[in-house]
Design a protein around this ligand. Structure first.
Ligand code: NAD
Length: 287
C-alpha cells in the first residue's frame, strides 16, 4: 500500500518525538486524517499537555482539512513504544546537534525499516545529523513553522534521501492541511528562515547605525509590505537571546556579516531586556 493511499494514513500510526511547542502542533496536524499519533517526551507534564493540546484543537482543525476526520494523540512511555509500526516519525527534540544525532541514530535502529524519519530542526540540516544512521535514504528534514496558524512545511533531503520519498510527502502533506515546499539544495535555515534572517539583520543594522528606530522601522515595514507586524515586534516575541543565537550561527558560517547587529542585541540582553518574556525588549509595553 502506498503512503498516499488514504487507508494507509488512517490504519498505520505516526510518531512525534518531543511534545513541546512544535511537537504537539505537528501531532495535531497529523491527527486530522483520523489516524493515531503517538507522542513521546521524557517530561511527563509536557507529554500530557501535548496530548491535551491535540484533544482541545482537533475538532476545529479537522473542519479545515479536506475530508478531515478526528484522529487521536496518545501518550507513550518510550521511543520504542512510540515508533512501533509507525510509517512516519518526526523528531522535535531540543535544538542540540548532539541530541539530534543521538535521537536519529536510535530511531533508525528501533523503527520499521520502511518508516520515514524526519527532523524538524531549524538550524541543523538533516545532512549533519545522519553520521550514525544506517538507512539515510528514508531520512529528511521536515521543517514545520507554527501549525495550525502557519501551515508551511519545508522538505529537504539529507543528501541521501530517496527522491521518490520527498515527492510522496509533497503529495501526502496537503491531506493533513499542510503546505509543503521543496528545499532543492542543502541549506542552513532552509528557505524562509534565511529570508527572514536577512530582514532581521538589516533592520538591526539600520538601528545600530542610528539610521532609524525600532518602532519606525516596524511602521515603515508594515506600510510598505502590508504586514501586520514589523521585525522588531517579532524579535521581541521570539526572544532576543534566541535571535542572537540564530544570528551567531549564521555569522559562524558566513564570515563578514556585520558585527554591529550582534553588538546591538547583546546591549539589550545585558540589560535583561529579552523581549516579551522579560516584559521589555525593543518595546517597553509588555507589562
Ligand atoms: P521545546 O523545548 O518546546 O520542545 C522540545 C521537547 O523535547 C521538550 O518537551 C523536551 O522535554 C523534549 N525532549 C528532550 N529530550 C528528548 C528526547 N531524548 N526524546 C524526546 N523528547 C525529548 O522545543 P521546540 O520549540 O518545540 O523545538 C523543537 C524543535 O523544533 C527544534 O529542533 C527547533 O529548531 C524546531 N522548531 C522550533 C520552532 C519554534 O518556533 N519553537 C519552529 C520551527 C522548528
Amino acid at each position: 500500500m502506498s503512503i498516499t493511499d488514504p487507508n494507509h494514513l488512517i490504519n498505520k500510526p505516526m510518531a512525534v518525538i518531543g511534545a513541546g511547542t512544535l511537537g504537539r502542533r505537528i501531532a495535531l496536524m497529523l491527527a486530522t486524517r483520523g489516524g493515531e499519533v503517538r507522542l513521546y517526551d521524557p517530561n511527563e507534564t509536557v507529554l500530557s499537555e501535548g496530548v491535551s493540546f491535540v484533544e482541545e484543537n482537533i475538532q476545529s482543525q479537522v473542519q479545515k482539512t479536506n475530508d478531515g476526520r478526528v484522529g487521536k494523540a496518545v501518550i507513550t512511555s518510550s521511543m520504542t513504544e512510540a515508533v512501533a509500526g509507525a510509517w512516519l516519525i518526526i523528531e522535535a527534540v531540543p535544538e542540540s546537534i548532539e541530541l539530534k544525532r543521538k535521537v536519529l541514530h536510535e530511531l533508525d535502529e528501533i523503527s520499521d525499516s520502511e518508516a520515514i524519519i524526519a527532523s524538524n530542526s531549524s538550524s541543523f540540516p538533516s545532512s549533519q545529523l545522519i553520521d550514525k544512521v544506517s538507512r539515510p535514504e528514508r531520512v529528511l528534514s521536515a521543517h514545520f513553522y507554527m501549525p495550525p496558524r502557519v501551515t508551511a512545511v519545508e522538505l529537504m533531503s539529507c543528501g541521501k534521501t530517496s527522491p521518490n520519498l520527498i515527492q510522496k510527502l509533497i503529495e501526502v502533506f496537503p491531506m493533513f492541511g499542510l503546505q509543503p515546499f521543496h528545499v532543492r539544495e542543502d541549506s542552513v535555515g532552509l528557505i524562509f528562515n534565511r529570508v527572514w534572517a536577512a530582514i532581521k539583520r538589516e533592520s538591526l543594522y539600520v538601528v545600530a547605525q542610528g539610521v532609524s528606530t525600532p518602532s519606525e522601522v516596524d511602521d515603515i515595514f508594515k506600510l510598505v509590505i502590508g504586514a501586520t507586524q514589523g521585525p522588531f515586534r517579532n524579535m521581541d516575541e521570539v526572544g532576543l537571546d534566541v535571535v542572537l543565537a540564530i544570528e551567531e550561527h549564521y555569522a559562524e558560517l558566513r564570515p563578514g556579516l556585520p558585527e554591529e547587529v550582534r553588538t546591538l542585541l547583546k546591549e539589550y540582553i545585558s540589560k535583561g531586556w529579552l523581549g516579551v518574556k522579560t516584559g521589555r525588549g525593543f518595546y517597553n509595553d509588555y507589562q
